[in-house]
Design a protein around this ligand. Structure first.
Ligand code: SF4
Length: 111
C-alpha cells in the first residue's frame, strides 16, 4: 500500500469516527421550545442499555418530546415516576430512562 493510500484511509477512518460520535450525541438532543435551539435531553443517557433494549425503544417509536401534548409518558399507564432520578421516569415496557414529556406508540391513558 502506498503512503498516500495509507493517509487517505487514516483520514477516512477519522471522519467515520467523528460521524459516529456526532450520531450518538444527536440521540440525546431535544429541540427547544420552538426557538430553534436544541437542548440536552436529561433522560437521554442510554449508555447502560443493551442493543436489544435500544431496539425495543426504537420499535415502539419512543421519542423524548411527544408529538401530541395530550399523550405524554407521565400520563400513561406504563409510566414509572422517578425511576431514573428526579427528572426522568421509566416505562414498564422497556429499560432505560424516559422523559416525562416523551411518548411512544404504546401510549395508553393511566387508569
Ligand atoms: S408506554 Fe410509551 S408513552 Fe407510555 S410511559 Fe412507556 S414510553 Fe411513555
Amino acid at each position: 500500500m502506498s503512503k498516500n493510500n495509507s493517509i487517505s484511509r487514516k483520514a477516512f477512518l477519522g471522519k467515520i469516527s467523528m460521524l459516529s460520535l456526532a450520531g450518538a450525541g444527536a440521540g440525546v438532543l431535544l429541540k427547544g421550545c420552538g426557538n430553534g435551539e436544541e437542548a440536552v435531553d436529561p433522560c437521554g443517557d442510554l449508555s447502560g442499555l443493551s442493543e436489544s433494549d435500544i431496539q425495543l425503544r426504537d420499535a415502539l417509536n419512543y421519542v423524548a418530546e411527544t408529538p401530541n401534548p395530550a399523550e405524554r409518558c407521565d400520563n400513561c399507564e406504563y409510566w414509572v415516576a422517578d425511576q431514573h432520578g428526579e427528572q426522568c421516569g421509566g416505562c414498564t415496557l422497556f429499560a432505560g430512562p424516559v422523559h416525562p414529556a416523551g411518548w411512544c406508540s404504546s401510549w395508553v391513558p393511566e387508569s
